[in-house]
Design a protein around this ligand. Structure first.
Ligand code: AN7
Length: 350
């Protein structure tokens, strides 16, 4: 029997759920902090990778969703709704199924990785594809959730952040201290905001003597915070962070400033390089948005922003199986072969 209880019970004192009967959990969290054996030595860093792809639905979103859905249940809600580039919808659909709620999802048409769409559909959510981008979808969801009695579960919902912040607690528990830098991809900017809340709360309560400098990484084609202006038509291979007007923009900037960190952007080419390095040298299959944090870190070591020897944690936000099309497009063709030992030996060049 597993004695893991899920985030809410594990961090009960830090999370504003009052009624234990309303807890809706899939035993999210408790993800591994993996010591990097290739990238770390290569970059001259003490590097750890927080593999959030091992949450129940394959992304970090489950941390926030367990709290947002439990709170919705506590408040008597019957339905939840979100706009999503994919992972939020997969998570919302799963927790709604577990909690017996209806789930409404708006996604940008044609820009959702197939694994994520499959998750939202299989869990029985009502999915609508908008002829527009994520920012359009979020605008519509905000309006509809004020008109109907449906709970919004995007990270504008403060309970999402209350759950997501627990990743910082885990990192401090796993390292026995806070890292010097935390490197994280930024889309709607909820996660980076939540990490800062988490490090700050742990710092206060457990007298941890430092907080990390936050390095937030955006994709070049969807980098409103780095550029300082809304991006009308965001584009990137990392569809999860294809967002032009982040809802938590101000909070993210404040977190980066307070931590004396930095916001950086990386090209799709750099994202793909990091994606392949993680897969081929670390054995970690992540989705492109997650590889953005590693691409950003590589860039910041090259530019001297992060010094050699630093203790760094990179957050790998989602599993690579979410987006099988990117993986297959980047790989060579499969070798076809007749069904004999000789033919296989020949094809493998043994
Ligand atoms: C893998 O699912 O916004 O900066 O609607 O799926 O907190 O938005 C996903 C975002 C990073 C960015 N990595 O986090 C959605 C959605 C992955 C993601 C982000 C997302 P935020």
């Amino acid at each position: 029997m597993s004695n893991y209880l899920g985030l809410i019970r594990r961090y009960w004192d830090f999370i504003p759920i009052e009624d234990e009967n309303s807890i809706c959990t899939l035993l999210e969290g408790n993800t591994p902090l993996i010591s990097s054996t290739y990238l770390g030595p290569w970059l001259g860093l003490r590097l750890y990778l927080k593999y959030e792809g091992l949450n129940p639905t394959g992304s970090f979103k489950d941390r926030g969703m367990t709290v947002a859905v439990s709170k919705a249940i506590e408040e008597g809600a019957r339905a939840i709704m979100c706009a999503s580039t994919g992972n939020t919808s997969a998570s919302a659909a799963a927790y709604a199924a577990k909690g017996g709620l209806n789930c409404y999802i708006l996604v940008p048409e044609g820009k959702i990785a197939r694994g994520k769409l499959a998750q939202a559909m299989v869990h029985g959510a009502k999915v609508v594809a908008i002829k527009g981008n994520f920012d359009d979808a979020l605008r519509i969801v905000r309006e509809i959730t004020t008109k109907f009695s449906i709970k919004l579960v995007n990270s504008l919902n403060p309970f999402r952040l209350e759950g997501q912040k627990t990743a910082s607690f885990e990192i401090c528990d796993q390292l026995g201290r806070a890292p010097e830098y935390l490197c994280i991809p930024v889309g709607n900017a909820g996660n980076i905001t939540a990490y800062w809340m988490g490090f700050s709360e742990y710092h206060e309560r457990h007298k941890i003597d430092s907080r990390p400098r936050l390095l937030g990484i955006q994709a070049e084609g969807a980098a409103p915070i780095v550029r300082g202006e809304i991006v009308e038509n965001p584009e990137t291979i990392a569809t999860a962070i294809r967002i032009g007007n982040p809802a938590r923009w101000k909070e993210a900037l404040k977190a980066v400033e307070e931590s004396e960190g930095h916001m950086e952007m990386v090209s799709d080419k750099e994202i793909i390089q990091a994606y392949q390095l993680l897969a081929q040298k670390e054995g970690l299959f992540v989705e492109p948005a997650s590889a953005a944090s590693v691409a950003g870190l590589i860039k910041m070591v090259r530019t001297g922003w992060v010094e050699k020897g630093a203790l760094v944690v990179c957050v790998l936000t989602g599993h690579g199986l979410k987006d099988p099309d990117v993986a297959l497009d980047l790989s060579g063709l499969i070798t076809e072969c007749g069904p004999t030992v000789e033919q296989v030996i020949e094809k493998l060049g043994l």
